[in-house]
Design a protein around this ligand. Structure first.
Ligand SMILES: [Zn+2]
Length: 224
């Protein structure tokens, strides 16, 4: 049965009807015979319907067992360049000002917000004094690659980077909506507490990662 949704109905309902028509056509032409085998299942239908891109090299750095899922999700959006910075919204004509909320001095691009902004550089500088050798000016990969280490040590660095990006973005939004922002030292304290919880099993162990985390914690105690 064909269902033609009126133009005034919601976007969701029109999309549902469109997908239904897509499956109906595919069923008649057996488009998925090579994909789903003899018996149809929702999982197989979903795999047939969705578009699959190539696996990116950095996916394991973002999605790892130690990072909080909400941190990984935000960094995934960042890696795709899809965070709605002021510079992006300005170029789309949505905002009239492209200035950075945190410093009020430069255009709020991804590069500026996370690496060139004086607020973020202070956070990253205090957070990572034992984790990375230098803070790059432009991108996250420079931070990930700035120090050699064991697999466990690199794992710790990736988790701290993901948490830092998340918390800086959170403060940027707090600045935009509530017009208040934590001091960099307070934010670093919060990040360290989160990491202490996340790495509690590593801290108690004797592996390379445990040493690394203990140094990270010791650095925070010196900074506080
Ligand atoms: Zn700034």
């Amino acid at each position: 049965m064909q269902v033609k949704p009126p133009a005034y109905t919601s976007w969701y309902w029109r999309k549902v009807c469109q997908i239904r028509d897509t499956f109906d056509e595919a069923l008649q032409q057996q488009l998925w015979s090579g994909h789903i085998g003899r018996e149809y299942s929702i999982a197989k239908g979903y795999e047939w319907l969705r578009e699959k891109g190539d696996k990116v090299q950095w996916s394991g750095l973002v999605w790892n067992k130690w990072s909080f899922p909400k941190h990984s999700f935000l960094v995934w959006i960042y890696q795709h360049g899809n965070l709605n910075t002021n510079a992006k919204l300005f170029s789309l004509g949505i905002r009239e000002d492209d200035t950075c909320f945190l410093c009020g001095q430069d255009r709020e691009t991804l590069e500026h917000l996370f690496f060139a902004c004086r607020y973020s550089r202070e956070v990253l500088g205090s957070t990572g004094s034992h984790l990375w050798n230098r803070i790059p000016q432009t991108n996250i990969m420079g931070l990930r690659l700035s120090r050699r280490g064991t697999k466990e040590e690199k794992g710790v660095i990736n988790v701290v980077i993901n948490a830092s990006i998340y918390l800086i973005w959170q403060q940027r939004n707090s600045c935009r909506i509530d017009e208040c922002v934590l001091r960099p030292s307070k934010l670093v304290k919060q990040l360290t507490q989160d990491m202490k919880i996340r790495f509690s099993s590593l801290i108690q162990g004797n592996g390379d990662g445990g040493d690394y985390v203990r140094k990270f914690m010791a650095g925070d105690e010196c900074n506080s």
